[in-house]
Design a protein around this ligand. Structure first.
Ligand code: C2O
Ligand code: CU
Length: 500
């Protein structure tokens, strides 16, 4: 089948097929918003803050009263939030007590290759003996560890919201679906100097979708023997798996009590395949502005006001929303214009009381954004992101080829400025490891308002061509670029970048 026929332009929710939950679901806006715990430092090793995370399977409730098996970082979904300062190195010792190999990638981190969680650099669980699939075994550069691995992050980068997640070859999508994601905030002096909301008026929000089987377990086509054995079922899901439950910080359609003041929302779309177009609406139908102050890779130069904001998988948006002037008892819903029925709802804010507000959104947010020019580029490269066929069936290819860890797709030099042009058949959120980029154009025209700032993911719309410009000024080594629709990624839509 042609992928475009499956996912089509008429399906605005993005790429994918939606599963239907088989358990009773709570009414939206009844469950309180959880705030993931901030991870305490386990100690100081030489020149770095040291943290410890155990990856383990737990039974926990996402839906109230419904126990669900989750794969977690330290027992919670999302995992604990890390908070770091720019330029202060962090070491995270991960211990794998899950039944499968894992790797950990800090998304958006400018990380040395050895700590980037390359898909074949596996951390094997205790007692794991079977070979892990032919292609993984055939990567001569894979560095396998047993049970533990220390990942080191220099964090020499602009303040922003990063996130960490599993990145194992061929199995990232089900691992993320089962719970392997967490947030990592980087702070710096530029951000400190702004009078923007902080403390409990800053909320980091992991937005994702899930579906639940009749026994309360997470539904996922490859995990569900019944679905797997029904002919023709796997192919449509190859376009991407969507759930019918919207989960924010691990709770379905939560509600959060706020004072009637400005709040800073750090939005992360950690869904496998779902795209959102978020808007904030009062119960009497008024839309509140979403004032964007930051993108994937930190603060914008100046705020951009949106009435609705498209958020593709893995993108982060830093927005300020003003509840000022709303009467106590009023409610503001964060809604998804691309959803239908239940998936149109995301979360709600309940205004508790008036309060003084001494915050503002400064007209100048940052002055350190890179301003690379096309004339500086030493290479212009073009990549198609398209469906393809392999011997095993449906796949997703970059430049006509499925991912091969042993092949170098792009070779460049440290410090090179390059323009990369991406062409898409269907929706593909394209993510580049190691470096941030600026969006230069879409279909030859100007970028969109939400393309502002420094990004690490650009959301390509069906049939679209986008250009980005970047400078490879981080670390040398082997890094990835790929589609961040997790199912596309698992089905081959990744490629290797070698920075020499
Ligand atoms: Cu968030 Cu290579 O990924
Ligand atoms: Cu894709």
């Amino acid at each position: 089948t042609d992928a475009a026929a499956v996912t089509g332009r008429r399906r605005p929710a993005g790429t994918g097929r939606q599963l239907t939950s088989a358990v009773p679901l709570p009414a939206p806006y009844t469950v309180p918003l959880p705030i993931p715990p901030v991870l305490a430092r386990a100690g100081l090793s030489v020149g770095a803050d040291r943290y410890e995370i155990t990856q383990r399977q737990v039974t926990a409730e996402i839906l109230p009263g419904v126990p669900t098996t989750l794969w977690t970082y330290n027992g919670t979904y999302p995992g604990p939030t890390l908070e770091s300062r720019r330029g202060r190195p962090v070491t995270v010792l991960h211990r794998n007590e899950l039944p499968v190999p894992t790797t950990v990638h800090l998304h958006g981190g400018r990380t040395p290759a050895g700590s980037d969680g390359y898909p074949t650099d596996l951390v094997l669980p205790d007692g794991w003996t079977e070979p892990d699939g032919a292609h993984t075994m055939h990567d001569p550069r894979a560095v396998t560890s047993r049970v533990t691995r220390a990942y080191t992050y220099p964090l020499d980068q602009r303040a922003t919201l990063l996130w960490y997640h599993d990145h194992r070859m061929d199995y990232t999508a089900p691992a993320i679906w089962r719970g392997l994601t967490g947030m990592h905030l980087v702070r710096d002096a530029v951000e400190d100097a702004l009078d923007i909301p902080r403390g409990d008026r800053e909320l980091a929000l992991t937005i994702a979708d899930r579906a639940f089987a009749a026994d309360g377990e997470l539904a996922y086509p490859a995990l569900d023997p019944e679905l797997r054995e029904r002919p023709g079922v796997t192919e449509p899901y190859a376009a991407g798996v969507l759930g019918d439950v919207i989960v924010v910080n691990g709770a379905p359609w939560p509600v959060h009590e706020v004072e009637a003041v400005r709040h800073r929302l750090r939005l992360l779309n950690a869904s496998n395949a779902r795209h959102y177009r978020l808007e904030a609406v009062t119960d009497d139908g008024r839309r509140l502005g979403l004032v964007q102050i930051g993108a994937d890779q930190g603060l914008l130069a100046a705020p951009v006001i949106h009435t609705s904001l498209p958020v593709a998988p893995s993108e982060r948006y830093d927005v300020v929303i003003d509840f000022g002037g709303l009467p106590a008892g009023s409610r503001v819903r964060l809604r998804n214009r691309l959803g239908r029925g239940r998936t149109r709802e995301v979360m709600a804010f309940r205004v508790a009381r008036a309060a003084p507000d001494d915050t503002r959104v400064p007209a100048v947010l940052s002055e350190d954004l890179p301003t690379w020019r096309r004339s500086q580029a030493t290479a212009v490269r073009e990549f198609t992101f398209r469906a393809g066929r392999t011997g095993q069936g449906h796949g997703w290819f970059i430049g006509g080829k499925p991912f091969d860890p042993a092949r170098t797709d792009v070779r460049t030099r440290l410090g090179a400025v390059e323009v990369w042009r991406f062409r898409a058949d269907v929706h593909h959120p394209v993510h580049l490891h190691q470096t941030g980029f600026r969006v230069l154009s879409r279909d030859g025209g100007a970028p969109l308002p939400h393309d502002a700032g420094l990004k690490d993911t650009v959301s390509l719309r069906p049939g679209e061509t986008a250009e980005v410009i970047t400078r490879f000024d981080g670390h040398r080594g082997r890094f990835l670029f790929h589609c961040h629709n997790a199912e596309h990624e698992d089905m081959g839509m990744m490629a290797n970048l070698e920075i020499e």
